[in-house]
Design a protein around this ligand. Sequence first.
Ligand code: ADP
Ligand code: MG
Length: 258
Amino acid sequence: MAVANQKGGVGKTTTAINLGTALAAVGRKVLLVDLDPQGNASTGLGVYAQDRGPTTYDLIIGEADLPDVAVPSGVPNLDLAPATVDLSSADVELVTDRQRVLRLRNALGRDTALAQGYDYIIIDCPPSLNLLTVNALVASDSVLVPLQCEFFALEGLSQLMLTIREVRQTLNPKLRIQGVVLTMFDIRNNLSSQVEEDVRENLGKLVYETKIPRNVRLSEAPSHAVPALIYDHTSSGAVAYQKLAAELLRRMKDSVAA
Ligand code: ADP
Ligand code: MG
């Protein structure tokens, strides 16, 4: 599952870390793939650049296999494929490679993932619709889109939807939108409620019932190198991500039944 939105700062990494942790907490084996050269998911889980062995850069370039790249995150059941700034040069290095959009899919192939025993692979995308994000969309069964509750929230979405449609029509027909998650929701702010109304009216059932509130614990946790669920499991943010995980599992079951 790709966590994607080409806007920065909308809660992709926070969602990838905490949703991954919440799924791990209910017994699913989860791999979090850090596909952002900024490496925020990696540092947020306490895997620092100087300690990193092979990274997602090596995975994409084809210089390492998943078992060499994935490391324990410190959270039981949650592994991490870390990223460093090297990853930012991958698109240039792959420019002449005709298979460049298939790189991640090949590296994470179903057989590889199954051999590692992962139930879910969550890919934290960079804030752009570049080659890395396209690799993530090609490798995924679904996309989860965090949407920040602010004015113009819907504006950037059409470009993302277009990219998803293109990937579906060409390289990955099974790709679907898992859902849109409203993030940084502020109950004291009328704008948040207006945006919610607007987004639900436009996107209907695609929008998750669970909203992620603006919660300082979610922003503090990464500096303690742990997910919010471990930093303060009673915080509104941690509770919301547990609800989101439950809703996601429900939706997955629904879509299997359908
Ligand atoms: P992205 O990965 O889309 O760039 P991040 O998840 O890194 O976004 O979030 C951007 C910033 O906002 C980070 O500093 C993060 O800690 C903070 N943040 C994310 N979600 C919330 C939230 N629900 N409440 C408060 N702060 C948040
Ligand atoms: Mg991020």
